[in-house]
Design a binder for this molecule. Structure first.
Ligand code: SF4
Length: 383
């Protein structure tokens, strides 16, 4: 199926355009269960919890002596070896850590790492690079250590705007929640034990059934990352469709959760303008988010090798050639990304919605060029 067509981008040479591309990953593969093997480290502290998760998954537990490292596979075999497995183990490092952007283009928000890596197969996923030496998707199940850290965090004097724990920085916190049942436990924990702290789930899943009836105390924000149908079809393998995510957003909003959205990564291709405007229209047919944060495709310099070893025909490899180096990343040239952001912002404004609009990890001059207020920083990850 041909989806992303070539397009003469501003300031981009003809030879570096996006070409027509066939889907490398067949629908049959995409239909398979996200997790086909469940592993657990023998040294973990709570084997009963691991067995409960295995029962819920309907999978046998495979015990391993050490954390699996790099495998020698490529393409689909590599993805299956890394992301069709879920490893359960204890987290030794702190669950809560402060995010430090290498060149200060982001607030120092706090992340809570319950998952390393993800079982979805997005072609642009930066976690292929982040977890290059330990690529197997992992869930940390020594929750008692995590709860202890959350209670301490809640009692600390951290300012209110930073009193949000981001669960979506190093994995999708709802992708395999139907197996782990983790979200309902941590959401229900908060009102009694950490009433001054909020949780932020960032997801491309529609797996929300378990959290709808919870007493969440308004302390959990559910943020859905959405994109055009073409980007989903071509690049976001095994995730819920954008429409399913928006339907899930409508359900959690009805259940009283704050809903935020991310349109990220925005990708430039032949029908981008029409498609992103339609996406914005569709958003407001389903949900009234409090905040929409926009970001463009911006791979780290070292990501391309990790994409090509899994998706050798990925259109991203050609897109990368049309990007410029900026602050340790490859990005669309400034004029081009201002044009893309402006189109989306105008579409949001036309919907007349009372919604905050922010950019992710962008320079102040881009915020200013788009007439956005950079002073009270209020992007996706902050309170
Ligand atoms: S949902 Fe996020 S974390 Fe998961 S594969 Fe896609 S980009 Fe990576």
């Amino acid at each position: 199926m041909a989806i992303l067509k070539e397009y003469p981008a501003e300031g981009v040479e003809v030879g570096t355009r996006i070409q027509e591309e066939g889907l490398a990953y067949s629908q049959a593969e995409i239909q398979k269960p996200l997790v086909s093997e469940l592993w657990a480290t023998r040294s973990m502290s709570n084997k009963i919890r691991a067995k409960k998760i295995a029962n819920r998954a309907g999978l046998p537990l495979i015990w391993v002596d050490k954390i699996p490292g790099i495998n020698g596979e490529r393409g689909l075999e590599k993805l299956r070896a890394e992301r069709s497995v879920l490893l359960l183990r204890d987290r030794i490092s702190p669950f809560i850590e402060q995010f430090q952007h290498p060149i200060g283009r982001c607030a120092k928000f706090y992340k809570l790492t319950a998952y390393n890596n993800c079982n979805f197969w997005c072609e642009y996923c930066y976690l292929y690079l982040t977890f290059r030496t330990q690529p197997v998707s992992t869930h940390f199940i020594n929750y008692e250590k995590m709860y202890d850290e959350i209670e301490k965090f809640d009692k600390s004097s951290i300012p209110k705007s930073l009193r949000v724990l981001n669960l979506g920085e190093l994995g999708d916190p709802l992708a395999v929640d139907y197996i782990t049942g983790f979200a309902k436990q941590i959401i229900a924990f908060m009102p009694e034990h950490a009433p001054r702290t909020r949780l932020l789930f960032l997801t491309k899943s529609d797996c929300v059934d378990d959290i709808l009836a919870l007493e969440h105390g308004g302390q959990s924000i559910i943020s859905f990352s959405v994109n055009t149908e073409k980007v989903f079809q071509q690049l976001e393998h095994r995730t819920a469709s954008p429409e399913s995510r928006l339907a899930a957003a409508a359900r959690v909003q009805k259940a009283g959760y704050e809903v935020r959205l991310r349109i990220d990564p925005v990708i430039f291709y032949s029908t981008w303008e029409k498609d992103y405007i339609s996406l914005v229209d569709k958003i407001f047919q389903f949900v009234q988010p409090t905040r929409i944060t926009i970001g463009e495709y911006r791979p780290s310099n070292g990501l391309a090798n990790h994409i090509s070893s899994r998706f050798p025909d990925s259109p991203l490899l050609r897109i990368n050639k049309s990007l410029v180096r900026e602050g340790g990343k490859l990005r669309y040239p400034k004029g081009q990304r201002i044009k893309m952001f402006r189109t989306i912002i105008e579409a949001i404004r036309k919907c007349g919605a009372d919604v905050d609009i922010a950019l992710c990890k962008e320079q102040p001059q881009i915020w200013k060029a788009l007439g956005l207020n950079i002073k009270g920083l209020f992007c996706n990850c902050l309170g």
